[in-house]
Design a binder for this molecule. Sequence first.
Ligand SMILES: *[C@@H]1O[C@H](CO)[C@@H](O)[C@H](O)[C@H]1NC(C)=O
Ligand SMILES: *[C@@H]1O[C@H](CO)[C@@H](O)[C@H](O)[C@H]1NC(C)=O
Length: 520
Amino acid sequence: MIRRELNGVHHCPAPRECRHLALTLLILHHGVSFHFTLSLVSSNNTMRRVVRQSKFRHVFGQAVKNDQCYDDIRVSRVTWDSSFCAVNPRFVAIIIEASGGGAFLVLPLHKTGRIDKSYPTVCGHTGPVLDIDWCPHNDQVIASGSEDCTVMVWQIPENGLTLSLTEPVVILEGHSKRVGIVAWHPTARNVLLSAGCDNAIIIWNVGTGEALINLDDMHSDMIYNVSWNRNGSLICTASKDKKVRVIDPRKQEIIAEKEKAHEGARPMRAIFLADGNVFTTGFSRMSERQLALWNPKNMQEPIALHEMDTSNGVLLPFYDPDTSIIYLCGKGDSSIRYFEITDESPYVHYLNTFSSKEPQRGMGYMSKRGLDVNRCEIARFFKLHERKCEPIIMTVPRKSDLFQDDLYPDTAGPEAALEAEEWFEGKNADPILISLKYGYIPGKNRDLKVVKKNILDNKPTANKKCDLISAPKKTADTTGVQNEAKLDEILKEIKSIKDTICNQDERISKLEQQMAKIAA
Ligand SMILES: *[C@@H]1O[C@H](CO)[C@@H](O)[C@H](O)[C@H]1NC(C)=O
Ligand SMILES: *[C@@H]1O[C@H](CO)[C@@H](O)[C@H](O)[C@H]1NC(C)=O
Protein backbone atom coordinates (compact mmCIF):
# COMPACT_ATOMS: atom_id res chain seq x y z
CA MET A 1 0.00 0.00 0.00
CA ILE A 2 2.78 2.32 0.90
CA ARG A 3 4.41 1.64 -2.44
CA ARG A 4 1.28 2.51 -4.31
CA GLU A 5 0.90 5.78 -2.46
CA LEU A 6 4.49 6.69 -3.09
CA ASN A 7 4.20 6.04 -6.77
CA GLY A 8 1.21 8.29 -6.72
CA VAL A 9 3.28 11.25 -5.59
CA HIS A 10 3.86 13.11 -8.80
CA HIS A 11 4.67 16.59 -7.65
CA CYS A 12 7.37 16.18 -5.14
CA PRO A 13 7.86 19.69 -3.74
CA ALA A 14 11.43 19.02 -2.70
CA PRO A 15 14.23 16.51 -2.96
CA ARG A 16 13.49 12.89 -3.23
CA GLU A 17 13.65 12.38 0.50
CA CYS A 18 10.62 14.50 0.94
CA ARG A 19 8.56 11.53 -0.01
CA HIS A 20 8.71 10.74 3.65
CA LEU A 21 6.35 13.67 4.03
CA ALA A 22 3.75 11.91 1.96
CA LEU A 23 4.32 8.82 4.00
CA THR A 24 4.05 10.64 7.31
CA LEU A 25 0.83 12.23 6.15
CA LEU A 26 -0.46 8.90 5.05
CA ILE A 27 0.28 7.37 8.42
CA LEU A 28 -1.32 10.27 10.22
CA HIS A 29 -4.40 9.79 8.10
CA HIS A 30 -4.59 6.29 9.38
CA GLY A 31 -4.79 7.57 12.91
CA VAL A 32 -1.29 6.77 14.11
CA SER A 33 0.75 9.53 15.64
CA PHE A 34 4.50 9.40 15.22
CA HIS A 35 7.14 11.47 16.92
CA PHE A 36 9.77 10.49 14.45
CA THR A 37 9.87 10.60 10.71
CA LEU A 38 10.41 7.92 8.19
CA SER A 39 12.81 8.86 5.52
CA LEU A 40 12.69 6.91 2.33
CA VAL A 41 15.31 6.93 -0.30
CA SER A 42 13.73 5.29 -3.25
CA SER A 43 16.33 5.17 -5.95
CA ASN A 44 15.92 2.16 -8.21
CA ASN A 45 13.00 0.95 -6.17
CA THR A 46 14.92 -0.08 -3.11
CA MET A 47 13.75 1.62 0.03
CA ARG A 48 15.78 2.36 3.06
CA ARG A 49 14.01 3.34 6.22
CA VAL A 50 15.69 5.74 8.54
CA VAL A 51 14.09 6.54 11.83
CA ARG A 52 15.07 9.99 12.88
CA GLN A 53 13.98 12.16 15.69
CA SER A 54 13.90 15.91 15.31
CA LYS A 55 12.45 18.70 17.36
CA PHE A 56 12.18 20.75 14.19
CA ARG A 57 9.91 18.27 12.48
CA HIS A 58 6.85 20.47 12.94
CA VAL A 59 8.33 23.91 12.40
CA PHE A 60 5.77 25.93 10.49
CA GLY A 61 5.81 29.27 8.72
CA GLN A 62 3.22 31.98 8.89
CA ALA A 63 3.04 35.35 7.18
CA VAL A 64 2.14 38.24 9.47
CA LYS A 65 -1.10 40.16 9.08
CA ASN A 66 -1.33 42.76 6.37
CA ASP A 67 -0.96 45.69 8.73
CA GLN A 68 2.39 44.36 9.90
CA CYS A 69 3.89 44.46 6.41
CA TYR A 70 5.90 47.32 4.93
CA ASP A 71 3.88 48.64 2.00
CA ASP A 72 4.42 50.75 -1.09
CA ILE A 73 8.07 49.97 -1.49
CA ARG A 74 9.55 49.96 -4.95
CA VAL A 75 11.86 47.00 -4.66
CA SER A 76 14.92 47.20 -6.91
CA ARG A 77 14.68 45.69 -10.36
CA VAL A 78 18.36 45.34 -11.10
CA THR A 79 19.24 41.96 -12.47
CA TRP A 80 21.48 40.73 -9.73
CA ASP A 81 20.85 37.67 -7.61
CA SER A 82 21.38 39.16 -4.19
CA SER A 83 18.75 39.07 -1.50
CA PHE A 84 18.01 42.85 -1.77
CA CYS A 85 17.14 42.91 1.91
CA ALA A 86 19.13 42.87 5.15
CA VAL A 87 17.65 42.71 8.61
CA ASN A 88 18.95 43.11 12.16
CA PRO A 89 17.14 43.38 15.51
CA ARG A 90 16.47 47.09 14.93
CA PHE A 91 16.10 47.73 11.22
CA VAL A 92 15.04 46.27 7.91
CA ALA A 93 17.01 47.59 4.93
CA ILE A 94 15.69 47.15 1.39
CA ILE A 95 17.35 48.02 -1.91
CA ILE A 96 14.90 50.08 -3.95
CA GLU A 97 14.50 51.61 -7.38
CA ALA A 98 16.05 55.04 -7.56
CA SER A 99 16.40 57.32 -10.50
CA GLY A 100 19.90 58.51 -11.28
CA GLY A 101 21.78 56.66 -8.58
CA GLY A 102 21.32 53.94 -6.08
CA ALA A 103 19.41 53.85 -2.86
CA PHE A 104 18.15 51.68 -0.09
CA LEU A 105 15.58 52.15 2.62
CA VAL A 106 16.32 51.65 6.29
CA LEU A 107 13.15 51.21 8.33
CA PRO A 108 12.95 50.71 12.08
CA LEU A 109 11.29 47.31 12.49
CA HIS A 110 8.15 48.83 13.99
CA LYS A 111 7.69 51.23 11.04
CA THR A 112 5.15 49.00 9.33
CA GLY A 113 2.32 50.09 7.08
CA ARG A 114 2.52 52.37 4.08
CA ILE A 115 5.92 53.91 3.50
CA ASP A 116 5.58 57.38 2.10
CA LYS A 117 7.29 58.17 -1.22
CA SER A 118 9.21 60.93 0.53
CA TYR A 119 10.56 58.63 3.24
CA PRO A 120 14.32 59.27 3.55
CA THR A 121 16.75 56.84 1.95
CA VAL A 122 20.44 56.07 2.00
CA CYS A 123 21.40 57.46 -1.36
CA GLY A 124 25.10 58.25 -1.68
CA HIS A 125 25.94 55.82 -4.48
CA THR A 126 26.02 57.08 -8.06
CA GLY A 127 24.88 53.72 -9.47
CA PRO A 128 22.38 51.06 -8.37
CA VAL A 129 23.07 49.36 -5.05
CA LEU A 130 23.58 45.60 -5.49
CA ASP A 131 24.17 44.24 -2.01
CA ILE A 132 23.87 45.39 1.61
CA ASP A 133 24.99 43.80 4.88
CA TRP A 134 24.48 44.89 8.49
CA CYS A 135 27.55 44.90 10.68
CA PRO A 136 27.22 42.00 13.15
CA HIS A 137 28.91 44.09 15.87
CA ASN A 138 27.01 47.33 15.58
CA ASP A 139 23.30 47.44 14.76
CA GLN A 140 23.61 51.02 13.45
CA VAL A 141 26.21 50.25 10.81
CA ILE A 142 25.54 48.88 7.32
CA ALA A 143 27.76 48.36 4.27
CA SER A 144 26.67 48.61 0.65
CA GLY A 145 28.21 47.61 -2.67
CA SER A 146 27.22 49.28 -5.90
CA GLU A 147 27.46 49.41 -9.64
CA ASP A 148 29.47 52.59 -9.12
CA CYS A 149 32.40 50.29 -8.16
CA THR A 150 32.56 51.49 -4.58
CA VAL A 151 31.75 50.07 -1.18
CA MET A 152 30.28 52.48 1.34
CA VAL A 153 29.80 52.10 5.07
CA TRP A 154 26.97 53.99 6.73
CA GLN A 155 26.12 54.96 10.26
CA ILE A 156 22.34 54.95 10.77
CA PRO A 157 21.04 57.25 13.54
CA GLU A 158 19.73 55.56 16.68
CA ASN A 159 16.06 55.87 15.73
CA GLY A 160 16.37 55.59 11.99
CA LEU A 161 16.58 58.21 9.28
CA THR A 162 14.79 61.52 9.48
CA LEU A 163 16.70 62.92 6.53
CA SER A 164 18.16 61.15 3.54
CA LEU A 165 21.71 60.04 4.14
CA THR A 166 24.18 60.92 1.40
CA GLU A 167 27.44 60.92 3.35
CA PRO A 168 28.90 57.53 4.21
CA VAL A 169 31.30 57.15 7.11
CA VAL A 170 33.81 55.84 4.64
CA ILE A 171 34.09 55.09 0.93
CA LEU A 172 36.16 52.07 0.04
CA GLU A 173 37.61 52.25 -3.42
CA GLY A 174 39.62 49.54 -5.10
CA HIS A 175 37.33 47.59 -7.39
CA SER A 176 37.43 48.38 -11.07
CA LYS A 177 33.97 47.00 -11.81
CA ARG A 178 30.67 46.85 -10.02
CA VAL A 179 30.65 45.50 -6.50
CA GLY A 180 28.02 42.80 -6.11
CA ILE A 181 28.88 41.32 -2.72
CA VAL A 182 29.64 42.79 0.70
CA ALA A 183 30.06 40.60 3.79
CA TRP A 184 31.27 41.55 7.27
CA HIS A 185 33.68 39.32 9.14
CA PRO A 186 31.74 37.29 11.71
CA THR A 187 34.04 37.86 14.70
CA ALA A 188 36.59 40.61 14.00
CA ARG A 189 35.50 44.21 14.38
CA ASN A 190 35.64 46.43 11.28
CA VAL A 191 36.72 43.74 8.84
CA LEU A 192 34.68 43.82 5.66
CA LEU A 193 34.93 41.75 2.51
CA SER A 194 33.77 42.85 -0.90
CA ALA A 195 33.67 41.04 -4.22
CA GLY A 196 33.27 42.68 -7.59
CA CYS A 197 32.66 41.84 -11.19
CA ASP A 198 36.40 42.44 -11.63
CA ASN A 199 36.61 38.91 -10.11
CA ALA A 200 38.53 40.32 -7.16
CA ILE A 201 37.89 39.97 -3.46
CA ILE A 202 39.12 42.79 -1.25
CA ILE A 203 39.25 42.63 2.54
CA TRP A 204 39.14 46.03 4.20
CA ASN A 205 39.97 47.40 7.58
CA VAL A 206 36.99 49.72 7.79
CA GLY A 207 38.48 51.46 10.83
CA THR A 208 41.32 52.82 8.71
CA GLY A 209 39.73 52.68 5.27
CA GLU A 210 42.54 50.49 4.00
CA ALA A 211 42.35 47.56 1.60
CA LEU A 212 44.60 45.09 3.38
CA ILE A 213 44.07 41.94 1.35
CA ASN A 214 43.43 41.85 -2.36
CA LEU A 215 42.66 38.45 -3.85
CA ASP A 216 42.55 39.41 -7.50
CA ASP A 217 44.09 36.39 -9.17
CA MET A 218 42.06 33.53 -7.78
CA HIS A 219 38.87 33.68 -9.79
CA SER A 220 38.77 33.53 -13.55
CA ASP A 221 35.11 34.44 -13.75
CA MET A 222 32.34 36.19 -11.88
CA ILE A 223 32.01 35.45 -8.17
CA TYR A 224 28.45 34.52 -7.29
CA ASN A 225 28.73 34.16 -3.54
CA VAL A 226 31.26 34.41 -0.73
CA SER A 227 30.85 33.08 2.78
CA TRP A 228 33.03 33.33 5.90
CA ASN A 229 33.42 30.26 8.08
CA ARG A 230 32.34 30.32 11.70
CA ASN A 231 35.48 31.90 13.12
CA GLY A 232 36.35 33.87 10.02
CA SER A 233 39.62 32.09 9.29
CA LEU A 234 38.50 30.99 5.83
CA ILE A 235 36.14 31.95 3.05
CA CYS A 236 34.44 29.85 0.43
CA THR A 237 33.28 31.09 -2.93
CA ALA A 238 31.03 29.96 -5.75
CA SER A 239 31.96 31.27 -9.15
CA LYS A 240 30.66 31.32 -12.68
CA ASP A 241 33.54 29.07 -13.69
CA LYS A 242 31.56 26.36 -11.81
CA LYS A 243 34.21 26.02 -9.15
CA VAL A 244 33.74 26.09 -5.43
CA ARG A 245 36.88 27.30 -3.69
CA VAL A 246 37.92 27.31 -0.08
CA ILE A 247 40.40 30.11 0.50
CA ASP A 248 42.70 31.14 3.32
CA PRO A 249 42.53 34.89 2.73
CA ARG A 250 45.49 35.88 4.90
CA LYS A 251 47.81 33.35 3.30
CA GLN A 252 46.23 34.23 -0.05
CA GLU A 253 45.98 30.54 -0.77
CA ILE A 254 43.30 28.28 -2.24
CA ILE A 255 43.26 25.35 0.15
CA ALA A 256 40.57 23.27 -1.57
CA GLU A 257 38.50 23.47 -4.69
CA LYS A 258 35.96 21.51 -6.66
CA GLU A 259 35.51 21.91 -10.36
CA LYS A 260 31.98 21.60 -11.60
CA ALA A 261 30.52 21.39 -8.14
CA HIS A 262 27.28 21.64 -10.06
CA GLU A 263 27.45 21.04 -13.76
CA GLY A 264 24.79 23.45 -14.92
CA ALA A 265 25.62 26.90 -16.18
CA ARG A 266 23.27 28.77 -13.89
CA PRO A 267 24.38 30.52 -10.67
CA MET A 268 25.60 28.59 -7.65
CA ARG A 269 25.74 29.49 -4.00
CA ALA A 270 28.22 28.22 -1.43
CA ILE A 271 28.10 28.76 2.31
CA PHE A 272 30.16 27.48 5.22
CA LEU A 273 28.44 25.48 7.93
CA ALA A 274 29.50 25.66 11.57
CA ASP A 275 31.31 22.31 11.40
CA GLY A 276 33.50 23.47 8.53
CA ASN A 277 31.60 21.71 5.76
CA VAL A 278 30.39 23.62 2.73
CA PHE A 279 26.80 23.64 1.52
CA THR A 280 26.11 24.50 -2.10
CA THR A 281 23.15 25.04 -4.38
CA GLY A 282 23.29 25.01 -8.15
CA PHE A 283 21.97 23.38 -11.27
CA SER A 284 22.57 20.04 -12.94
CA ARG A 285 23.41 19.71 -16.60
CA MET A 286 19.73 19.02 -17.16
CA SER A 287 18.86 22.28 -15.36
CA GLU A 288 17.51 20.60 -12.29
CA ARG A 289 18.11 22.52 -9.10
CA GLN A 290 20.52 20.74 -6.79
CA LEU A 291 21.88 21.05 -3.32
CA ALA A 292 25.06 19.47 -2.07
CA LEU A 293 27.22 19.10 0.98
CA TRP A 294 31.04 19.00 0.83
CA ASN A 295 33.90 18.33 3.16
CA PRO A 296 36.77 20.71 2.26
CA LYS A 297 39.27 18.04 3.31
CA ASN A 298 38.08 15.88 0.43
CA MET A 299 36.17 17.66 -2.27
CA GLN A 300 36.33 14.81 -4.78
CA GLU A 301 32.83 13.58 -4.02
CA PRO A 302 30.05 15.38 -2.21
CA ILE A 303 28.90 14.06 1.15
CA ALA A 304 25.38 14.44 -0.18
CA LEU A 305 23.85 15.56 -3.45
CA HIS A 306 20.14 16.05 -3.96
CA GLU A 307 18.05 17.03 -6.90
CA MET A 308 15.11 19.28 -6.21
CA ASP A 309 13.07 20.31 -9.24
CA THR A 310 13.44 22.14 -12.51
CA SER A 311 12.60 25.71 -11.60
CA ASN A 312 14.71 28.60 -12.77
CA GLY A 313 15.33 30.67 -9.69
CA VAL A 314 18.63 30.65 -7.87
CA LEU A 315 18.26 28.95 -4.51
CA LEU A 316 19.40 31.36 -1.81
CA PRO A 317 20.47 29.46 1.31
CA PHE A 318 19.95 30.95 4.77
CA TYR A 319 21.64 29.05 7.55
CA ASP A 320 21.17 28.91 11.29
CA PRO A 321 24.31 27.46 12.90
CA ASP A 322 22.56 27.01 16.24
CA THR A 323 19.88 24.62 14.98
CA SER A 324 21.67 23.43 11.85
CA ILE A 325 18.66 24.29 9.73
CA ILE A 326 19.07 25.57 6.19
CA TYR A 327 16.23 27.48 4.58
CA LEU A 328 16.21 27.63 0.80
CA CYS A 329 14.44 30.53 -0.84
CA GLY A 330 14.33 30.35 -4.61
CA LYS A 331 14.35 33.72 -6.30
CA GLY A 332 10.99 33.94 -8.03
CA ASP A 333 9.64 30.96 -6.08
CA SER A 334 6.79 31.38 -3.69
CA SER A 335 8.03 28.90 -1.13
CA ILE A 336 10.70 28.44 1.51
CA ARG A 337 11.96 24.89 1.92
CA TYR A 338 13.88 23.90 4.95
CA PHE A 339 16.27 21.13 5.83
CA GLU A 340 18.09 19.96 8.86
CA ILE A 341 21.72 19.02 8.46
CA THR A 342 23.08 16.27 10.69
CA ASP A 343 26.04 13.94 10.54
CA GLU A 344 23.80 10.97 9.85
CA SER A 345 22.94 9.81 6.37
CA PRO A 346 21.41 11.26 4.27
CA TYR A 347 22.94 14.30 6.05
CA VAL A 348 20.55 16.81 4.51
CA HIS A 349 17.09 15.99 5.87
CA TYR A 350 14.08 17.64 4.35
CA LEU A 351 11.84 19.14 7.03
CA ASN A 352 9.04 21.02 5.37
CA THR A 353 7.96 23.75 2.97
CA PHE A 354 6.33 27.06 3.65
CA SER A 355 4.22 27.93 0.63
CA SER A 356 2.45 31.07 -0.35
CA LYS A 357 0.94 32.42 -3.52
CA GLU A 358 3.17 35.24 -4.57
CA PRO A 359 6.73 34.91 -5.80
CA GLN A 360 9.59 36.42 -3.82
CA ARG A 361 11.80 39.09 -5.39
CA GLY A 362 14.24 38.89 -2.54
CA MET A 363 14.50 37.82 1.05
CA GLY A 364 15.86 39.14 4.32
CA TYR A 365 16.80 36.94 7.26
CA MET A 366 16.64 38.16 10.84
CA SER A 367 19.67 37.53 13.00
CA LYS A 368 19.00 35.17 15.90
CA ARG A 369 19.25 38.02 18.42
CA GLY A 370 16.12 39.57 16.94
CA LEU A 371 13.74 36.63 17.39
CA ASP A 372 10.83 36.43 19.79
CA VAL A 373 11.87 33.52 22.00
CA ASN A 374 8.65 33.70 24.00
CA ARG A 375 6.74 32.56 20.94
CA CYS A 376 9.23 29.83 20.09
CA GLU A 377 10.10 31.72 16.93
CA ILE A 378 13.19 30.11 15.39
CA ALA A 379 13.55 32.16 12.21
CA ARG A 380 12.02 35.25 10.64
CA PHE A 381 12.12 36.07 6.94
CA PHE A 382 11.36 39.32 5.21
CA LYS A 383 9.90 38.43 1.85
CA LEU A 384 10.10 41.07 -0.85
CA HIS A 385 7.16 41.31 -3.18
CA GLU A 386 7.11 43.78 -6.01
CA ARG A 387 5.82 46.55 -3.81
CA LYS A 388 5.95 45.34 -0.26
CA CYS A 389 7.94 43.49 2.33
CA GLU A 390 6.16 40.78 4.27
CA PRO A 391 7.61 39.20 7.41
CA ILE A 392 7.22 35.42 7.69
CA ILE A 393 7.61 33.83 11.07
CA MET A 394 8.83 30.27 11.57
CA THR A 395 7.73 28.71 14.81
CA VAL A 396 8.22 25.48 16.72
CA PRO A 397 4.79 24.55 18.03
CA ARG A 398 5.09 24.27 21.82
CA LYS A 399 2.73 25.11 24.57
CA SER A 400 5.05 26.04 27.41
CA ASP A 401 5.62 29.64 28.52
CA LEU A 402 9.08 28.86 29.80
CA PHE A 403 12.25 29.62 27.89
CA GLN A 404 12.98 26.63 25.66
CA ASP A 405 16.70 26.26 26.05
CA ASP A 406 16.88 23.24 23.79
CA LEU A 407 15.60 25.39 20.90
CA TYR A 408 17.89 28.29 21.74
CA PRO A 409 21.45 27.29 22.44
CA ASP A 410 23.67 30.30 23.13
CA THR A 411 24.09 32.26 19.95
CA ALA A 412 26.57 34.72 18.43
CA GLY A 413 26.23 38.01 20.31
CA PRO A 414 26.96 41.56 19.22
CA GLU A 415 30.44 41.83 20.77
CA ALA A 416 33.38 41.36 18.43
CA ALA A 417 35.85 38.74 19.61
CA LEU A 418 38.84 40.39 17.92
CA GLU A 419 39.99 43.76 16.69
CA ALA A 420 40.70 44.12 12.99
CA GLU A 421 44.45 44.40 13.58
CA GLU A 422 44.51 41.14 15.52
CA TRP A 423 42.75 39.33 12.72
CA PHE A 424 45.05 40.71 10.05
CA GLU A 425 47.99 39.60 12.21
CA GLY A 426 46.68 36.03 12.08
CA LYS A 427 44.53 35.53 15.17
CA ASN A 428 41.21 33.66 15.03
CA ALA A 429 38.36 33.53 17.48
CA ASP A 430 34.93 31.99 17.59
CA PRO A 431 31.95 34.28 18.07
CA ILE A 432 31.27 35.43 21.64
CA LEU A 433 28.04 33.69 22.57
CA ILE A 434 25.10 35.08 24.51
CA SER A 435 21.95 33.56 25.90
CA LEU A 436 18.65 34.53 24.31
CA LYS A 437 16.81 33.90 27.55
CA TYR A 438 16.22 37.57 28.30
CA GLY A 439 15.33 38.58 24.77
CA TYR A 440 17.06 41.20 22.68
CA ILE A 441 20.24 42.58 24.14
CA PRO A 442 21.41 45.66 22.29
CA GLY A 443 25.13 45.92 21.64
CA LYS A 444 27.10 48.84 22.97
CA ASN A 445 26.46 51.08 20.05
CA ARG A 446 29.50 53.17 19.62
CA ASP A 447 29.86 55.37 16.60
CA LEU A 448 31.96 53.88 13.88
CA LYS A 449 35.19 55.85 13.85
CA VAL A 450 37.33 55.77 10.79
CA VAL A 451 40.87 56.96 11.32
CA LYS A 452 42.52 57.02 7.97
CA LYS A 453 46.03 55.67 8.20
CA ASN A 454 47.18 57.75 5.30
CA ILE A 455 45.45 61.11 5.27
CA LEU A 456 46.70 61.83 1.79
CA ASP A 457 44.77 58.92 0.42
CA ASN A 458 41.29 59.78 1.51
CA LYS A 459 39.81 61.76 -1.33
CA PRO A 460 37.53 59.75 -3.55
CA THR A 461 38.19 60.48 -7.19
CA ALA A 462 34.86 61.77 -8.35
CA ASN A 463 32.94 60.20 -11.21
CA LYS A 464 35.42 57.47 -11.74
CA LYS A 465 34.71 55.62 -14.98
CA CYS A 466 34.88 52.02 -14.08
CA ASP A 467 32.14 49.94 -15.47
CA LEU A 468 33.46 48.41 -18.62
CA ILE A 469 37.19 48.65 -18.69
CA SER A 470 39.33 47.65 -15.80
CA ALA A 471 41.12 50.96 -15.80
CA PRO A 472 44.29 51.44 -13.79
CA LYS A 473 43.19 51.96 -10.24
CA LYS A 474 44.63 55.43 -9.76
CA THR A 475 45.56 58.10 -12.23
CA ALA A 476 48.92 58.63 -10.62
CA ASP A 477 50.02 61.95 -12.13
CA THR A 478 46.98 64.05 -11.26
CA THR A 479 46.57 62.58 -7.80
CA GLY A 480 50.28 63.21 -7.23
CA VAL A 481 49.83 66.93 -7.87
CA GLN A 482 46.70 67.02 -5.76
CA ASN A 483 48.51 65.26 -2.98
CA GLU A 484 51.38 67.71 -2.98
CA ALA A 485 49.00 70.64 -2.75
CA LYS A 486 47.24 68.89 0.07
CA LEU A 487 50.52 68.19 1.88
CA ASP A 488 51.44 71.89 1.69
CA GLU A 489 48.08 72.79 3.12
CA ILE A 490 48.50 70.37 6.00
CA LEU A 491 52.04 71.52 6.80
CA LYS A 492 50.83 75.12 6.91
CA GLU A 493 48.07 74.10 9.24
CA ILE A 494 50.46 72.23 11.53
CA LYS A 495 52.74 75.28 11.69
CA SER A 496 49.88 77.57 12.66
CA ILE A 497 48.77 75.11 15.36
CA LYS A 498 52.33 74.99 16.70
CA ASP A 499 52.42 78.79 16.87
CA THR A 500 49.15 78.88 18.72
CA ILE A 501 50.42 76.32 21.24
CA CYS A 502 53.60 78.35 21.87
CA ASN A 503 51.56 81.49 22.46
CA GLN A 504 49.21 79.66 24.79
CA ASP A 505 52.16 78.19 26.68
CA GLU A 506 53.59 81.63 27.29
CA ARG A 507 50.25 82.94 28.45
CA ILE A 508 49.73 80.03 30.83
CA SER A 509 53.14 80.39 32.47
CA LYS A 510 52.56 84.14 32.88
CA LEU A 511 49.17 83.43 34.49
CA GLU A 512 50.76 80.81 36.72
CA GLN A 513 53.34 83.29 37.94
CA GLN A 514 50.60 85.82 38.70
CA MET A 515 48.59 83.18 40.55
CA ALA A 516 51.63 82.23 42.61
CA LYS A 517 52.15 85.88 43.57
CA ILE A 518 48.48 86.28 44.61
CA ALA A 519 48.60 83.06 46.66
CA ALA A 520 51.81 84.14 48.43
C1 LIG B 1 25.78 34.10 -0.10
O1 LIG B 1 24.51 33.65 -0.36
C2 LIG B 1 23.64 33.61 0.74
C3 LIG B 1 22.35 33.15 0.22
O2 LIG B 1 21.97 33.93 -0.85
C4 LIG B 1 23.48 34.96 1.37
O3 LIG B 1 22.73 34.86 2.56
C5 LIG B 1 24.80 35.52 1.66
O4 LIG B 1 24.64 36.85 2.08
C6 LIG B 1 25.64 35.48 0.41
N1 LIG B 1 26.89 36.02 0.75
C7 LIG B 1 27.42 36.94 0.04
C8 LIG B 1 28.69 37.47 0.59
O5 LIG B 1 26.93 37.32 -0.98
C1 LIG C 1 38.99 28.37 13.18
O1 LIG C 1 38.39 27.50 12.24
C2 LIG C 1 39.32 26.67 11.55
C3 LIG C 1 38.58 25.94 10.47
O2 LIG C 1 37.42 25.33 10.97
C4 LIG C 1 40.00 25.74 12.55
O3 LIG C 1 40.94 24.94 11.89
C5 LIG C 1 40.69 26.59 13.60
O4 LIG C 1 41.23 25.74 14.60
C6 LIG C 1 39.73 27.57 14.24
N1 LIG C 1 40.50 28.46 15.12
C7 LIG C 1 40.09 28.84 16.33
C8 LIG C 1 41.00 29.71 17.10
O5 LIG C 1 39.01 28.48 16.78
